[in-house]
Ligand binder design. Structure first.
Ligand code: HPA
Length: 287
């Protein structure tokens, strides 16, 4: 059995035991980005396990990322939430970055909701805006599926034309309308980081069709598409990207703005997740 599959199965078994996650739960899984981790506190009857207790999970090193996997209930819907994620700029390859998402898939998650903090490349966007990720540009030069294919997880050449599932997109749009939360939509471009972009790079990103730029998310979405897990993405626009804003960027500013909209963001997720669970069928767990 290929290495990643074996590790993901071992990790999923450890997570299932630690979280007391029933094998037929088919939860909605959420990856909570920089400064957006508080949503997990809304889950009832929750159990949690720190990343470092799970085989194959490197600890997260980024301020604003708590580094726990949480299982709980949201109005009758089982939810798995990663409070914090791994990034390529921490020195991990894309397969390692995607590993926690792969484990969520092996645990039978029916949908993967990825969230992040991002810079606004679209000049109409303002800090604090929430954006549904309609599609992405992988400008990281990396892919989590490099190397031998993990046949137990998916096909060698996965299609990404519907990586952001239209059923989940509709469910998110409906949830935003119902909660009267303004939701932008746009293209997320992933660069490697950890430096923010130059103003020239941001102009180039705009020409390429990007509306937002960040340092995460794409590896998890590619790995989810490989496993056939429907995905939905939400970016919290924390700042105008370099050159659009003329003030220097800082991670502290990113986390502060994300924390400021955390309540609105959590309200949107609370409305969206039951709809997401209803929009896509349950998946079978592999471990
Ligand atoms: N650029 C890249 N990543 C980011 C930004 C940005 O402006 N803001 C938050 N994450």
């Amino acid at each position: 059995m290929p290495a990643w599959t074996e590790l993901a199965l071992a990790c999923a078994r450890a997570a299932r035991a630690a979280l007391r996650l029933p094998s037929d739960a088919s939860p909605v899984a959420v990856v909570l980005g920089s400064g957006l981790g508080a949503f997990a506190e809304r889950l009832a009857s929750q159990t949690a396990v720190p990343f470092e207790s799970l085989p194959g999970f490197p600890a997260t090193t980024v301020p604003g990322h708590r580094g726990r996997l949480v299982f709980g209930d949201l109005g009758g819907v089982p939810v798995l939430a990663l409070q914090g994620r791994l990034h390529g700029y921490e020195g991990h390859d894309a397969a390692t970055v995607a590993f926690p998402g792969r484990v969520l898939g092996v645990l039978g998650s029916r949908a993967l909701v990825v969230t992040n903090a991002a810079g606004g490349v679209n000049p109409d966007f303002a800090p604090g805006d929430l954006m549904r990720i309609a599609d992405h540009l992988n400008l990281s030069g990396r892919n989590p599926l490099l190397g031998p294919n993990e046949d137990a997880l998916g096909a060698r050449f996965p299609d990404l034309s519907r990586a952001y599932d239209p059923r989940l997109a509709e469910a998110l749009e409906t949830a935003a309308k119902e909660t009267e939360i303004a939701l932008r939509r746009g293209i997320y471009a992933q660069i490697t980081g950890p430096s923010y972009e130059t103003a020239a790079e941001v102009r180039a990103l705009r020409l390429l069709g990007a509306d937002a730029v960040g340092m995460s998310t794409v590896p998890e979405v590619i790995a989810a598409a490989h496993q056939g897990i429907p995905c939905c993405g939400i970016s919290c626009i924390t700042n105008a990207a370099a050159g659009i804003s003329h003030t220097p960027l800082s991670h502290q500013e990113v986390v502060e703005v994300a924390r400021r909209v955390e309540g609105t963001f959590a309200r949107l997720l609370c409305a969206f997740i039951p709809r997401a669970a209803a929009a896509v069928p349950a998946r079978k767990a592999l471990a």
